[in-house]
Design a protein around this ligand. Structure first.
Ligand SMILES: O=C(O)CCC(=O)C(=O)O
Length: 279
C-alpha cells in the first residue's frame, strides 16, 4: 500500500499541518464541532468525573484542585464523531502515518483554585524524536467550556518539543532557570466550545492558575505512530458490542482490549512531578 496520505489537499493543507506540528508543536481548528456537541461532551465528562472521584484511584492528581481521569471510549456519546472527524484523521495520517493508533482517551479538570503547574512534558521524548527527529505521538484537546483568561488557560511554549531534556528532572521537568525561555514564548490558549487542538505532548506546557469559580474540563485523545508504545501507559477498552458497531475506519485505528464488561481503569499515567500535594 502506498504510504502517501490520501486526504484531499483541497480540504486541509498537509504542509500547514506538518509545518505547525514540527514548528510550533501545536495547531487548532475552530468550530470543528457544534456547541451542542461540546456541551454534550461536557455533560458526559461531569458524570464521569463524579464517578471517578468516588472510586479509589479513579482520578489522578495533577496538582492542587486538578485531576486527570482516563475513560472508556463508549463513556462519551461523541466518540465516533471525534475520531472520525476529517481533520483529526488528516492530522493523524499526515504526522503519524496511515497506521496511526488511538491509545488514550481521558480528561483534565482544572478546578477553581488550581495553581500554575510547573512547565513540563507529559512524558520523556522517545529515541524517535531525540535521534530520529520525528514526532511519533500526538495529543488532541477538546474544551467543553468557553475558556476565559481567569479560568487558568492552558499555556504552551511553541517550538520546545525539540528542546534537549538532559537537564530536565525525569526528562520532563525543566529546571526553573529555564523558565524565562518558556515565558518569553508562552501562548495562552482560549478555545471556545466546538474548537479542537492538537499538539505534541513534548511541547513544553502547563495549566495555569484558575482564579474563576468555574472548572475548565478538557478532553484528551492520545494517538501514536506505530512503535511509539504509549499504549503501555494506558488501558483502552471497549465492549464487543461497541466494537461491532464502530465504523471500519475507526476500528482499524483503535489499539484496545475488547472486553466482556468494561473494567475500572487503573491509572498508569500519573505524572509524579505534577502532584504537588493533594489534588
Ligand atoms: O490544563 C491543561 O489543559 C493541561 C494540564 C496538563 O498539562 C497536565 O495536567 O499534564
Amino acid at each position: 500500500m502506498s504510504e502517501a496520505v490520501q486526504a484531499p489537499a483541497s480540504q486541509y493543507d498537509i504542509a500547514r499541518i506538518m509545518g505547525a506540528l514540527y514548528g510550533d508543536g501545536i495547531l487548532g481548528l475552530k468550530g470543528a464541532f457544534s456547541r451542542e456537541w461540546a456541551q454534550q461532551l461536557g455533560e458526559d465528562i461531569a458524570v464521569l468525573y463524579e464517578d471517578a472521584l468516588k472510586r479509589p484511584g479513579g482520578a489522578v492528581g495533577r496538582g492542587p484542585k486538578r485531576h486527570y481521569v482516563e475513560i472508556h471510549p463508549e463513556d462519551i456519546r461523541g466518540f465516533v464523531e471525534l475520531v472520525g472527524h476529517p481533520w483529526v484523521q488528516t492530522v493523524c495520517e499526515a504526522v503519524l502515518g496511515l497506521d496511526y493508533k488511538i491509545v488514550e482517551i481521558g480528561f483534565d479538570v482544572p478546578n477553581p483554585g488550581a495553581q500554575d503547574q510547573p512547565w513540563h512534558r507529559d512524558f520523556p521524548a522517545p529515541e524517535d524524536t531525540i535521534k530520529g527527529r520525528r514526532l511519533n505521538s500526538l495529543a488532541f484537546n477538546v474544551t467543553t467550556v468557553d475558556v476565559e483568561p481567569d479560568m487558568g488557560p492552558f499555556e504552551i511554549a511553541p517550538g520546545t518539543q525539540w528542546d534537549d531534556a538532559s537537564q530536565f528532572e525525569h526528562e520532563m521537568f525543566p529546571p526553573k532557570s529555564f523558565y524565562p525561555r518558556y515565558q518569553e514564548r508562552a501562548e495562552q490558549k482560549m478555545p471556545k466550545m466546538g474548537d479542537i487542538s492538537v499538539r505534541s505532548a513534548l511541547t513544553i506546557h502547563r495549566g495555569t492558575a484558575n482564579h474563576s469559580n468555574k472548572s475548565r474540563p478538557v478532553l484528551v485523545l492520545g494517538v501514536d505512530a506505530p512503535g511509539a508504545n504509549n499504549h503501555e501507559r494506558h488501558d483502552l477498552q471497549v465492549t464487543q458490542k461497541f466494537h461491532d458497531a464502530l465504523p471500519e475506519q475507526v476500528k482499524q485505528h483503535l489499539l484496545c482490549r475488547i472486553v466482556a464488561e468494561l473494567e475500572p481503569i487503573s491509572q498508569k499515567h500519573s505524572i509524579e512531578g505534577l502532584m504537588m500535594g493533594e489534588a
